[in-house]
Design a protein around this ligand. Structure first.
Ligand SMILES: Cc1cc2nc3c(=O)[nH]c(=O)nc-3n(C[C@H](O)[C@H](O)[C@H](O)COP(=O)(O)OP(=O)(O)OC[C@H]3O[C@@H](n4cnc5c(N)ncnc54)[C@H](O)[C@@H]3O)c2cc1C
Length: 386
């Protein structure tokens, strides 16, 4: 056992479950405390880029995941007003070859199930469901664990309570963007929905991402719109018809086929997007934050879960190597800052209007798909500290 064991992990989302498996891989036992009594995620898809799947492969989860995800052939940018292709980054076999790991899309509940099964099969992991830890101090955790934890890991998401135990930690702030999520069954999907690709439809102030969820025979649809917080908890359903009304207002002026799809699709759920951008991630050698608790970010680069997965893997490596938490935080903060700026760039490019939009389309149309792919080498080709 290292000086960090036993570890108390608060939150059994993607970051908490992955962290428990990463610690176990290093021979470190953990207790995981999750507030809900059954793990489930209100329906939405997840893109897992090669930097995330590399970690999941190291954890031995690739065989299970390959059966339930699909590997899109390309990530395509398409005009939301004319449906004209703007650019595409190859994926599929190209991703496996260039970044030595696959790019997969799946329902996030499926990933959660695979992680959960691995945690339950791992003797070094003890999962406590229905265990809400509003006080994540060592004393409070010791009362439940029977002994003081060597390390407390806050993996409890954007509204983290563990942050209260970290002096100078960040705060969740509304980002100025709202996501609307829905899934659409394959049979009623419009022809422009491409089951072999991830497609991002772009227009001024908003964009729409569509990709297949083959196990469910549905498409995942996420609309991201600049706007005010509709004052809702994430995943909330607005009064009947209200969500559709707001969404149609945001997409007026888009191509009629997209507007028609939104008019006929199931009512979306609303996700006001909050981010945690600065602040401390650790308190001495006692407590550390990972995933959304440390650095919730906008989904413009589809990297929030990927960063949570990388955090978990590298935290276990630093802990097993007996390196200080400050070294872990410095190391991860540099990576997160770079990913965040890529997300900010995507936001600027995706939501561009007028001349900026024309310039974007011109520049992108002149670049070959392989050259666009090279822009992602630092992100998707990342080898985490092991
Ligand atoms: C619209 C949208 C699309 C996205 N798409 C992608 C994508 O394609 N790819 C990608 O990589 N990322 C994506 N993300 C980001 C990704 O969903 C998050 O970054 C990721 O889920 C964060 O995982 P987490 O485990 O840190 O936090 P969470 O998933 O929030 O998990 C926190 C867990 O802690 C539990 N918890 C909270 N408080 C307590 C407490 N007091 N006691 C005990 N348990 C507690 C919660 O119940 C929960 O289970 C997207 C996000 C959004 C909003």
């Amino acid at each position: 056992m290292t000086r960090y064991g036993p570890v108390a992990i608060v939150g059994a989302g993607i970051s908490g479950l992955t962290a428990a498996l990463c610690f176990a891989r290093k021979g470190i036992a953990s207790d995981i405390f999750e507030q809900t009594s059954a793990l489930s995620e209100t329906g939405a898809g997840l893109q897992l880029s090669p930097n995330a799947t590399r970690v999941l492969t190291k954890l031995g989860l690739a065989p299970q995941l390959e059966q339930i995800w699909s590997e899109p052939s390309a990530i395509c940018l398409v005009s939301g007003t004319s449906l004209r292709p703007i650019a595409s980054v190859p994926s599929g076999a190209f991703a496996r070859d260039r970044w030595k790991s696959p790019y997969g899309v799946l329902h996030r509940a499926d990933l959660q199930r695979v992680l959960l099964a691995a945690v339950e099969a791992e003797p070094l992991c003890r999962l406590h469901l229905g265990a809400r830890m509003d006080d994540a101090s060592r004393g409070a955790l010791a009362r439940v664990m029977g002994k003081e934890p060597g390390l407390v890991v806050g993996a409890d998401g954007v509204w983290s309570k563990v942050r209260n135990c970290v002096q100078g930690s960040g705060k969740a702030r509304f980002s100025g963007n709202v996501a609307w999520r829905l899934t659409l069954d394959e049979a009623s999907a419009p022809a422009m929905f491409d089951a072999s690709n991830v497609t991002a439809f772009l227009s001024g102030g908003s964009h729409l991402v569509v990709y297949p969820l083959p196990r469910l025979r549905r498409f995942n649809v996420i609309a991201i719109v600049s706007g005010r917080d509709p004052n809702g908890t994430p995943g909330r359903t607005l009064p009947h018809g209200e969500a559709r009304k707001q969404l149609l207002a945001a997409f007026s002026g888009w191509h009629p086929e997209i507007v028609d799809m939104l008019r006929k699709a199931p009512e979306p759920t609303v996700w006001p997007l909050y981010e945690v951008s600065d602040g401390a991630w650790h308190q001495g050698e006692e407590t550390v934050l990972i995933g959304d608790a440390a650095h919730a970010m906008m989904p413009f680069a589809a990297q929030g879960a990927a960063m949570a997965i990388e955090d978990a893997f590298e935290l276990a490596a630093f802990a097993a190597g007996r390196e200080p938490l400050a070294a872990f935080a410095d190391h991860r903060k540099r990576r997160i800052a770079r990913v965040r700026s890529r997300g900010a760039f995507n936001r600027f490019a995706y939501h561009a209007r007028g001349p900026v939009k024309l310039g974007r389309d011109l520049v992108l149309s002149m670049r070959r798909p392989e050259s666009l792919a090279a822009d992602f080498d630092w992100l998707y080709g990342y080898e985490p500290r092991d």
